[in-house]
Design a protein around this ligand. Structure first.
Ligand SMILES: [Zn+2]
Length: 260
């Protein structure tokens, strides 16, 4: 009886109580040169415990797990990010997995993604947060170097990034899967960041092969966007055509080719 009541409660859950993905700024604003934000690492940690993004002027990749935020720079080791650091673009949530599974490799990224999409994504057209934790026979990841000036072209991201190949490494991959209709605000498909178990190496995931991993997935029915309170955002021309956006995405390495 108790179980039945609990089930009834779950079925009657208010839309406002559903898990939520929050997005700070939009991908189009970011690709149009809004490289600074007023959201701080400290505030991010107050409103979520799991997330990915970058820092002002694209100074490395952001990785947040269990409320700890790390900066993964192009040069040097990953390290904890100070609460005062500011963020121009991030996706985050409070992670409470709704489904878990163990996976034994070897398997490449394409096979792992297909398995998760087919067996762990229970509904189409919604958002998912995903954590893949364990051993990886290979992880290819990139981290961007801080832009040289506030007006730098987006192509500088790929021109000055570091691409790392880690072999036989333990660590955690976290990120999001978004439906394609979100393009413009985020990028449809997969977007994952990696941090090694010793918390010194990682980056934005380009490719990987698993050894033995645990996968945890959270369904998210709600999606919130926080717009930057920044002059550069208010002045940005966001009426760009989709072909131009696609070119910017591809030259920046944020394009769907890296995520699908
Ligand atoms: Zn990324």
């Amino acid at each position: 009886m108790k179980a039945l009541l609990a089930l009834a409660f779950l079925l009657n859950i208010s839309p406002f109580q559903e898990a939520e993905m929050t997005q700070y700024s939009t991908i189009d604003a970011f690709l149009s040169g809004v490289y600074t934000g007023e959201l701080t690492v400290g505030e991010l940690r107050q409103h979520g415990d799991f997330g990915i993004g970058t820092f002002d002027y694209i100074d490395g990749e952001l990785f947040m797990l269990n409320g700890e935020v790390f900066q993964i720079p192009a040069l040097g080791n990953a390290h904890k990010a100070a609460d005062e650091m500011t963020i121009p673009f991030a996706s985050f949530c409070t992670f409470k997995p709704t489904k878990t599974a163990g996976l034994n490799g070897p398997a490449d990224a394409k096979a792992v993604r297909q398995m998760i999409e087919q067996r762990m994504f229970s509904r189409t057209n919604i958002f998912y947060a995903v954590k893949i934790d364990g051993t990886f026979s290979e992880v290819v990841a990139r981290a961007p170097r801080k832009l040289s000036s506030p007006n730098a072209a987006i192509s500088e991201i790929t021109d000055k990034q570091s691409v790392f190949t880690f072999q036989n490494i333990e660590g955690t991959m976290i990120g999001f899967w978004c439906p394609k209709y979100i393009n413009g605000i985020n990028v449809g498909g997969w977007h994952m960041h990696f941090l090694s178990r010793d918390k010194t190496r990682g980056g934005h995931v380009l490719d990987y092969k698993i050894g033995q991993v645990d996968v945890a997935v959270m369904d998210m029915m709600n999606f919130k966007v926080i717009l930057p309170r920044e002059a550069s955002y208010y002045q940005a021309d966001l009426n760009l055509d989709r072909a131009e956006i696609r070119t910017r995405l591809e030259t920046s390495g944020y394009g769907p080719r890296q995520h699908e």
